[in-house]
Write a protein that binds this ligand. Structure first.
Ligand SMILES: NC(=O)c1ccc[n+]([C@@H]2O[C@H](COP(=O)([O-])OP(=O)(O)OC[C@H]3O[C@@H](n4cnc5c(N)ncnc54)[C@H](OP(=O)(O)O)[C@@H]3O)[C@@H](O)[C@H]2O)c1
Length: 335
């Protein structure tokens, strides 16, 4: 059972309707905090959640509705002139497209930080991503820009940079179950990660409010166990389904061609520029590990990547195969 916080506080939460946001709201409520979530009137993937749906989803918390990009809405509909102690944000662009990333991962956070300070907030916990340590993509630069502003803000901060989430590694369960091969880039060993479960990450984020060792720090974090490659993920999935492993190798050069073509055409057809960035995101995850980079060697280092929690990706695959969990697919899916 989760222990109650020794110091329950008023916590304002952004990004509460996302995968990690939902789990984090539950973790905060379990600890006895007074949680207020600020969400859009139509939330969730594709705006599927009406206000009542969000309120049900975030049971135990107060839900307020408005536009996080608008300072007047944040103040009037969100903080409402009340005092708060902490800001917790799991807010992030759902697409990672450059304009949206700068509007949400950076600008909305800057505005929210100002409004939070005016409401008396002295502490912020920010969900970021481990990939910002090697920034090549617009959304990574947007996240880093806000990280810097938070560090300079004078607030007590915890910047949590997790490795891969289960949902990002579960997109192929259904296709394999249907008898199709598991797709890998290269031979499936180009990258590795230490997948982290939603609830384990949520507990870690909630702990940041109380644990002084997790404050004033940038915190890369993975889940339990060894780092695993895409090939190992596929092998485990076939074993669970009691089928012989069958892989289809996709050359990274194919992604390079797609990135190149969309990048060139995107210079004259603006909508394709956004698609080119999504292809660059796909290429990034096909070739970069979600592990801490050793500054001395520039190599990814599984041993240097801290772990937390108890649920493994393979536990999650078992639950998916047994039908006791479902894959949540967002806008970031590569396969
Ligand atoms: N996927 C991975 O493997 C992985 C790994 C490491 C780190 N991360 C990072 O973790 C973070 C959160 O991930 P997640 O999977 O929990 O995200 P998610 O499910 O996509 O949720 C994003 C949240 O931000 C909100 N949001 C987005 N655009 C908004 C807007 N214009 N106005 C108001 N709210 C908006 C969403 O609200 P709505 O419900 O209204 O859309 C939702 O609550 C991201 O920064 C991601 O980069 C991801």
């Amino acid at each position: 059972m989760t222990p109650r916080s020794p110091n329950p506080r008023r916590v304002f939460v952004l990004g509460a309707t996302g995968t990690i946001g939902r789990a984090t709201v539950q973790a905060l409520v379990r600890r006895g905090h007074d949680v207020v979530c600020f969400v859009r009137p139509r939330a969730g993937v594709g705006g599927r959640l009406a206000p009542d749906d969000s309120a049900r989803l975030l049971a135990g918390a107060t839900v307020r509705y408005g536009d996080v990009r608008d300072p007047a809405s944040l103040e009037g509909d969100g903080f409402r002139g009340e005092r708060f102690d902490a800001l917790v944000s799991c807010l992030a662009s759902r697409t990672g497209a450059p304009r949206d990333a700068w509007a949400i991962d950076h600008r909305a956070h800057v505005v929210a930080l100002d409004a939070a300070k005016a409401a008396g907030v002295t502490q912020m916990v920010l969900l970021s991503a481990i990939c910002v340590q090697k920034p090549l993509l617009a959304f990574q630069h947007a996240k880093l820009a806000f990280e810097s502003e938070l560090i300079a803000s004078g607030l007590v901060y915890s910047i949590v940079r997790p490795t891969a989430f289960f949902k990002s590694l579960s997109g192929q369960v259904e296709r394999v179950r249907q008898g199709r091969p598991f797709l890998v880039f290269g031979d499936g060993t180009l990258t590795a990660c230490k997948p982290i479960g939603d609830d384990d990450l949520a507990d870690y984020l909630a702990d940041c409010l109380d644990d002084a060792n997790l404050q004033g720090r940038v915190l890369p974090i993975g889940g339990p166990g060894d780092a695993i490659t895409p090939r190992q993920q596929g092998e485990h999935l076939f074993a669970l389904l009691e089928r012989p492993p069958r892989f289809k190798q996709v050359p990274v050069a194919l992604l390079d061609t797609i990135v190149g073509v969309l990048g060139t055409v995107g210079r004259v057809v603006p909508p394709l520029a956004a698609k080119a960035e999504l292809a660059r995101i796909g290429r990034y995850y096909a070739t970069e590990s979600m592990l801490v980079v050793d500054p001395a060697t520039g190599r990814y280092d599984a041993d240097a990547t801290p772990s937390t929690g108890g649920t493994t990706l393979f536990d999650h695959y078992a639950a998916l195969v047994a039908g006791t969990a479902v894959v949540e697919r967002g806008d970031h899916a590569v396969f």
